[in-house]
Design a protein around this ligand. Structure first.
Ligand SMILES: CC(C)(COP(=O)(O)OP(=O)(O)OC[C@H]1O[C@@H](n2cnc3c(N)ncnc32)[C@H](O)[C@@H]1OP(=O)(O)O)[C@@H](O)C(=O)NCCC(=O)NCCS
Length: 279
């Protein structure tokens, strides 16, 4: 039987290792002390000795404990079933799901569609995870506490989110084998551009130890033009791809990409929604 890992072996002449990954990160501009937000695909690297563990350790080695490593640990399953499209569930199930789905717990709620590198990272010693039930982030290193603190339920990728803290800290984004469609920082731009309508979302959380279904406000996120924004950003800022192992990668300033996309979205989508008011 062919396994998907088999396809990773012919992608590289020699195995990726923790040490040659660290060196490659360094050569391409990831230096000790950086605040780095990573979106990743393990298989795109080609075969790695030690798999996801080696990749996370190589990132930590490149940053050193003076740096800060951040990854999205989203758990999209912990949302209102009325919104699910992939797959949708029968309407008669919605209330049963709202009443029974286990509450978010940063220690054991798995991530969804974030990849193996993220799953390994979130469980490593010293890694902290923010409290948002659907759109949490995990962080390690010097500014980990600051990055995950105060992640509000409302407007989860806006001003009271780890994305905005990475922005404040002048962080970088590494797209490791994935494209700009996965550049979550564009959602901070959407929040700042006031271009999307506001919707009500719901999730199961613990409040004083008791499981509760809570409703909160967010914007109607729309990633449909993120690849186009990324193309335009790369042209404007002269950002070019490079290889780590077999993976196509991009590294850029998160402030630059967020500011560029905020202007792009205002211009192309219009800025018609009311400004977000945080509680
Ligand atoms: C969805 C996504 C994670 C899939 O990437 P992927 O490479 O197929 O999957 P993972 O990163 O989980 O890696 C697992 C795969 O790595 C491969 N693999 C396993 N061991 C490996 C090793 N030692 N070396 C290299 N590859 C290996 C296998 O093909 C494995 O697939 P399998 O689980 O089906 O066997 C990726 O495309 C993506 O979108 N990442 C970004 C997520 C994100 O940040 N989103 C933004 C939030 S809005």
């Amino acid at each position: 039987m062919t396994r998907t890992i088999d396809a990773t072996i012919p992608k590289v002449a020699f195995p990726n290792t923790q040490d040659n990954l660290r060196l490659s990160f360094f050569i391409h501009g990831i230096v000790p002390g950086d605040v780095l937000l990573v979106h990743s695909s393990l298989s795109q690297l080609g075969w790695v000795s030690g798999g996801a563990v080696a990749v996370v350790q190589a990132l930590m080695d490149a940053l050193t404990p003076d740096g800060t490593l951040v990854m999205p640990t989203h758990s999209g399953d912990l949302t209102d079933p009325a919104e699910w499209q992939n797959p949708p569930v029968p309407e008669s199930w919605w209330q049963i799901i709202r009443d029974t789905m286990p509450a978010f717990n940063p220690q054991y709620t798995p991530t969804s569609a974030m990849g193996q590198i993220v799953e390994v990272f979130r469980s490593m010693p010293g890694v902290l995870r923010s409290e948002h039930p659907a759109l949490s982030f995990a962080a390690w290193g010097k500014h980990a506490e600051l990055v995950i603190a105060g992640h509000l339920l409302d407007y989860a990728l806006g001003e009271a989110s780890p994305l905005a803290r990475v922005y404040d800290l002048g962080g970088k984004v590494l797209l490791l084998g994935v494209g700009f469609g996965n550049n979550t920082s564009f959602h901070l731009s959407e929040a700042r551009a006031n271009s999307n309508k506001i919707v009500t979302q719901g999730s199961p959380v613990f409040i004083n130890g008791e499981r509760k279904w809570v409703e909160y406000k967010d914007i109607d996120y729309d990633a449909s033009d993120f690849v186009k924004i990324g193309d335009d950003f790369c042209l404007e800022e002269k950002v070019t791809p490079f290889k780590v192992g077999a993976a196509n990668c991009y590294l850029f300033s998160q402030r630059a990409v967020v500011d560029f996309a905020t202007g792009w979205i205002k211009k192309e989508r219009g800025s018609t929604a009311p400004a977000i008011q945080l509680p």
